[in-house]
Ligand binder design. Sequence first.
Ligand code: PLP
Length: 378
Amino acid sequence: MIPFINVRAQREAYKSEFLQAEQEVLDSGCYIGGPVVQALETELAEFTGAKHVITCSSGTDALTIALLALGLEPEDEVIVPDFTFIAPAECVMRLGGIPKFADIDPETLQVSAKSIEARISKKTRGIIAVNLFGLCAPYREIKEIAKKHRLWLIEDSAQAFGATQCGQNACTFGDISITSFYPAKPLGCYGDGGALFTANDELAQKIRLIANHGSQTRYVHEICGMNSRLDAIQAAVLRVKLRHFKDELKKRSENAHKYDEFFAEYNRNIGSAQGSASHFADRAKIVPQKIADGNTSTYAQYTVLADDRDAFIAQLERAEIPYCIHYPMPLHEQPCFKQLAQGSENKNAIMASKKVISLPFCAFTNVEEIIARLKKVM
Ligand SMILES: Cc1ncc(COP(=O)(O)O)c(C=O)c1O
């Protein structure tokens, strides 16, 4: 069976490095925070160019800590994309805030700046933009809106550590940016993990305080914080993976282009078969997520929009190719958000939830084999 994400092949590829790094931590007696975690934070700062990097227990914690550091109060409104993983909206709601759902662009699937602006009210305090599937949100427009309306901006780069936009690295666009090291992420560890990034000295200090029980001096707690720290063993795993990360990003990009070429040819065949006896004449188009100009994606997911998703799923199942639906419904339709008044309809988020489907993808995915299988059934 083809794995959806081949984390085991990656483990095999760098196994001796992992074993050595893991053993060193186990022998050190220092299991939470400490020198390995500090070294990782320095390396993450070097990689992204962020001034401050603070690791924590997960991407979800990173969002919660960011909202606390920015002073979210109950009933404050925060604009989040309607089409993404639940975490940004969930964290706002958990802290008593109100998520307001903005629509997306129908091709890049990124949150629409125009829709963000349309959701702003007197109660709006900030925006959480998500770099969906590894592509950066349109930050030039979003930052202009944030500035004009005096809103803070959180960049949720859980899926896009390693992406760039106009030469600038992901994780440097927000007042606070966050990422996730969940195992399936482009840079993932062997459990939960996350990090926050900021250029602001004061925010960095607050973030460190919140993530460590509100304490700088042992058993002196300046504020009520939380326990959200990265384990040293996860930092050791991440440091090994970070050494290979640029090569992996290159491989991911090459793999994505192979899929892109396959779907471009498939859609061309459909176009030229209209009215003919070719079997392509009754096929529906399948279009990959558009990578906007000036961006490099991490392809956290290789996601396509299938005009007839059920037919494509039947073909994938016949070819024994695994798939995932990221995401089957817009957030405003989730049972936990149903009580929130939505206002105007997010038609692109609804459309995407009906058409999206993600294919097996990572630096170790054998895309040629998948394409060969697809050619037999499509
Ligand atoms: C966009 C986005 N934000 C936040 C998160 C939360 O990250 P974690 O699973 O590390 O809590 C995820 C995880 O999938 C995500 O995709």
